[in-house]
Design a protein around this ligand. Structure first.
Ligand SMILES: [Zn+2]
Ligand SMILES: [Zn+2]
Length: 315
C-alpha cells in the first residue's frame, strides 16, 4: 500500500512524500518549500522524482541533499530534460573539500523523451557527470514500478504513476503444516504462475496449485502525481492514458475557476478542469494540490468545491 502525504503547509510550495507500508524507505516528489518534510524523510528517500524545475518545485533540493550527504547511500533523481546539469549546478555551488568521496552518490535519470532516459552518476567533491547508460523504463525496485508521461507546461513536466507490487502473505496459524522454506517456494510458484510446481512440505510432496488457497494476495495500489500542466486536450489525453482507473491521484489545481484566463496564460490547470480530467480518467480518489500562494484559505476552499463538483461528473 502506497500512501502520499503533502509536506508543504498552507502558503508553501509543493513537495510530496510517498510511503510504502512496512518499508524502510520512501520517495519524494518535487522539492518545493515544505516544512513538514523531516530529516528522516530526506535520508530515507531512495529516489526523488522532479516534475520540473520551476523554482517552487526545486528550491528545497539543497535542504534534502544536505541530509543525504554523509549517508554513503546511492540516491536516484528522476526529472525532465536538463535535470542532470541543474542538479550538478546546485551541487557545484558549495565547497566540498572536507567531504569524503563516498559520502553520497547521485544517480540522475534524465527523461529526454517518452522512450529515452539518459542515466548519469555524480560523486563529491568534483560532481562530474559520468554517463552510465541509456534506458527506456524509468524506475522500479523491490516495491514499486514508476511510469511517466511528459506533459506540456510551456516546458516539459513529468507526471508520475507509482504502482505498488502485489503482496502475498500466508497466515501460519491457519495452515496444517509446519512453516518452512516451502512457503517462499509456494509464493514464487504463485507469482510465476507455475501451478504444477512440486512443493516439498516436510516429507510430503504437493502440487503448488493445491496449496494456493492458503495464500492471501493483496493487490498493490496505484498512486499518481500530476503537477503543473496546461488544461488542454493533448495533456488530458495523456493523463487519461496513464492514470485510467488509478486508485489515488494528486493533481495540480493552481487556479480557481474565476482565474481561468490566468491559468490558460500560464499553462496551468484550474479547478473544474482538474476535477473533470480526474472524472474522465475514472480515478477512484482525486486530491487537488498546489494552489497559487496568492490565495487565501477561503479561495482554496472554493477551488476544492469546484474541483469535487467536476470530479463527480457535473461540469
Ligand atoms: Zn511550473
Ligand atoms: Zn508550480
Amino acid at each position: 500500500m502506497l500512501q502520499a502525504e503533502v509536506k508543504s503547509k498552507f502558503g508553501e510550495d509543493v513537495s510530496i512524500a510517498i510511503y510504502p507500508d512496512n518499508c524502510k524507505w520512501n520517495y519524494i516528489v518535487d522539492c518545493g518549500e515544505a516544512s513538514l518534510l523531516t530529516v528522516k524523510d530526506c535520508m530515507n528517500a531512495r529516489a526523488i522524482f522532479i516534475s520540473h524545475t520551476h523554482i517552487d518545485h526545486f528550491i528545497n533540493f539543497d535542504q534534502i541533499m544536505r541530509h543525504q550527504v554523509g549517508s554513503k547511500e546511492r540516491y536516484i533523481i528522476c526529472g525532465p530534460k536538463n535535470i542532470a546539469l541543474q542538479v550538478q549546478a546546485k551541487l557545484k555551488s558549495f565547497t566540498w573539500n572536507l567531504v569524503e568521496e563516498d559520502a553520497v552518490v547521485y544517480e540522475i535519470r534524465e527523461i529526454i523523451s517518452e522512450d529515452l532516459i539518459k542515466v548519469y552518476e555524480m560523486k563529491p567533491a568534483e560532481w562530474e557527470l559520468e554517463f552510465l547508460e541509456d534506458r527506456t523504463a524509468l524506475y522500479n525496485d523491490e516495491r514499486v514500478v514508476v511510469n511517466f508521461m511528459i506533459l506540456d507546461h510551456k516546458t516539459d513536466v513529468i507526471a508520475y504513476h507509482f504502482k505498488d507490487n502485489d503482496s502475498i502473505n500466508i497466515d501460519v496459524t491457519k495452515i496444517p503444516y509446519k512453516p518452512g522454506k516451502w512457503i517462499n517456494e509456494l509464493k514464487l510458484a504463485y507469482m510465476s504462475d507455475d501451478v504444477n510446481k512440486v512443493i516439498e512440505v516436510g516429507t510430503e510432496e504437493h502440487i503448488a496449485e493445491e496449496l494456493f488457497h492458503y495464500l492471501k494476495v493483496e493487490k498493490g495500489n496505484s498512486l499518481g502525481v500530476i503537477l503543473d500542466h496546461a488544461a488542454h486536450e493533448e495533456n488530458h489525453n495523456k493523463i487519461k492514458q496513464l492514470f485510467h482507473d488509478c486508485d489515488t491521484v494528486l493533481i495540480e489545481t493552481f487556479y480557481k475557476e474565476e482565474d481561468k484566463e490566468k491559468a490558460i496564460l500560464n499553462y496551468h490547470s484550474y479547478a473544474s478542469q482538474s476535477g473533470k480530467i480526474m472524472f474522465e480518467s475514472n480515478v477512484k480518489k482525486a486530491i487537488p494540490v498546489h494552489f497559487s500562494r496568492k490565495y487565501t484559505e477561503e479561495d482554496v476552499e472554493s477551488i476544492k468545491v469546484d474541483f469535487y463538483k467536476a470530479f463527480e461528473g457535473s461540469y
